[in-house]
Write a protein that binds this ligand. Sequence first.
Ligand code: DGL
Length: 281
Amino acid sequence: MRKMNFSYLHHLMKSSDPIGIFDSGIGGMTVARAVKDLMPDEQIIYFGDTAHLPYGDKSAAAIQAYSVKITDVLIQRGCKVILIACNSASAAAFELVKEYAGKKAKVFNVIDPVVAYIRENYQKTSIGLIGTKQTVNSMVYQNKIEESSNSVKLKALATPLLVPMIEEGFINNHISEEIIHQYLVNDQLKDIEALILGCTHYPLIKKEIAGYYAGRVEVIDSSVTVAKALKAYLEYNNLVRSNKQSNGDHFLVSDFTESFEATTKLFFKELVHLEKYTLWE
Ligand code: DGL
C-alpha cells in the first residue's frame, strides 16, 4: 500500500494554538493587552527582544535578522498567528517574516490594519503619523497609504523623545505635556484630521495627545485597530479558541532585568513573570 504523506498536517493551524506576539521589548504589551481585552480566551506567547532594544534607531537589516529569529521561536512553539507588535519591525521586516512563516502561521503587522481603517474612513484630507525614526524614515506608512487611497496625504513626524520619556515614567505630568506639545505643534502636523499613534508606547500617552487636540483630531491607536483586525481574521477562519482550552500566557525576553519585569505593569496593566530566552548562544 502506498504510504500517505501527512507532513503537511504539521502546518495546519488549530484554534487552540497560541497567538505569538513580538516586539523590541515590553512596549508591545500594549498590543498584547488590546488582544487580550478583545479575546480573553486566546493564549498569548509574547517575545520581547530586550537584548536588542531599541529597534527604533537600528538599521532595517538588523531588525530583519532579529525578527526572523524570533519568528522561528514562535513557530516552534506552535503559534497560529505571528503578530509583529512593533511598528519599527512591522516597517522593516514584515515581508521577510511573512516569507519565513510561509503556511505555518498567519503574519500580522501593526501597520496594514491602520492603513485599511484610513482607507475606509478618510478621503481627501491629511492624516498625521508619529513614530520612531525607523518607522517614519522607512516611508512604509506613507507608501501604503498612498497606494490604498491616493486622496489622503500622510504627514509624518519622528518623535524619538517619546519612548524614553514614557519608559522613564514621565506620563501625565508637566514635562510630558510640554514635550508632547512641542512635537504636536510642529508645522509638519498642521491641519490634520487624524493622528496615527505609530509606536507601541504611545497608547500610554493617548489621553494627553487627545487632550492636546480637544476632539478636533481623531487619535488612532494602532494596538486597538490591529486587535480588531486579528479578531475578524480568527472568526472568519474558524480559528477562535474556546474558553475550555485553558493554558496560560507566556512572556519571553532575550535579556532579563528586574526593572523589565516591573515595567510590564505599565504596558500590560498587570505584573507578569518574564522568562529569559537567549536568541543567540
Ligand atoms: N517598539 C518600538 C516601535 O513600536 C518602539 C521601541 C523601540 O524603538 O524599540 O516602534
